[in-house]
Ligand binder design. Sequence first.
Ligand code: HEM
Ligand code: FPP
Length: 298
Amino acid sequence: MAKQAVLSKGIASHSGWRDYYELTKPRVVMLLLLTALVGMCLATPSWLEPQILIAGMLGIGMLSSSAAVVNHVVDHKIDSVMARTFNRPVARGKVSPRRALAFALVLAIVGFFVLAVYVNMLTAWLTLASLVGYAFIYTMYLKRATPQNIVIGGLAGATPPLLGWTAVTGEIHAYGLLLVLIVFTWTPPHFWALAIHREKDYAKANIPMLPNTHGIAFTKTCVLLYTVLLCLVCALPYLVGMSGGIYLMGSSILNAWFVYMACKLKFFPSKTTAMDTFKFSILHLMLLFVLLLLDHYL
Ligand code: HEM
Ligand SMILES: CC(C)=CCC/C(C)=C/CC/C(C)=C/COP(=O)(O)OP(=O)(O)O
């Protein structure tokens, strides 16, 4: 036991800034921030105030990063048994759970302070609620409790466009909620495509992900159905007059491609189709939000 403690302390002392950076899930946070930025831009017909833009992005980014760090700490045991995640800094013992938690706490306190002082209280509280939703409700409870974990937990990851919106206006608007609905509906095909590819990993870690509890065929049907639902939800910004022709054209192409990928996954998959669908889901959401932005300004 003592030897193990010395060993893990020894490894922990070799941690560098790169490990702390990795703990924040930087690429996920980048995409979250893009959706927050688009929420900000769409909330006003004029240019953004630099203070709201900078403090909003910083605060939302820090609280999202903090949530990601807590996820690494809470999940370090299951991460260490899955091939996809065994090399993560806390799972490998490169950063101790104590240090990671201290890092998460600093990020959360500074992020909340930045939002509360330089943006507004509504955004600060909503962002903190998203942190609690992801780091505690999803990671600590839902993930291990039900195969609907990511559907319910997805709400926490879907809030950034609304956070961007409230940062600019100080109030919750139906258009901001519509953007949340898009990310919320996008999350199941995004994650289940990966879970199909990594089914064995989740079985090994004893996590009740849909492919393990209900089978791969059923999960593929769910991916397809959610992708069709996503097409309908993505039409709403045009139908309610929030976005125009550029968005409609571009999003239709993106959605048609997503449905094609989901059909391929269900009816004529190759070995790489699940992973290709997962990768495409990220490109899909990124381009969809870029389109919303282009449509807003052109
Ligand atoms: C509860 C909801 C979600 C779940 C369960 C989920 C799950 C995952 C998983 C397991 C990965 C693989 C990570 C890795 O291999 O290290 C991933 C990657 C990713 N996710 Fe999600 N995700 C969710 C929501 C979101 C949201 C809302 C966004 C952004 C708006 C997002 C953006 C990304 C990106 C950009 C990656 C690629 C990361 C990389 O290449 O390192 N995800 N997601
Ligand atoms: C304040 C705010 C907006 C908070 C949300 C923060 C956040 C990082 C959301 C992303 C969701 C995500 C990557 C889930 C994967 O977790 P997982 O544990 O299922 O996946 P893993 O096995 O890759 O860790």
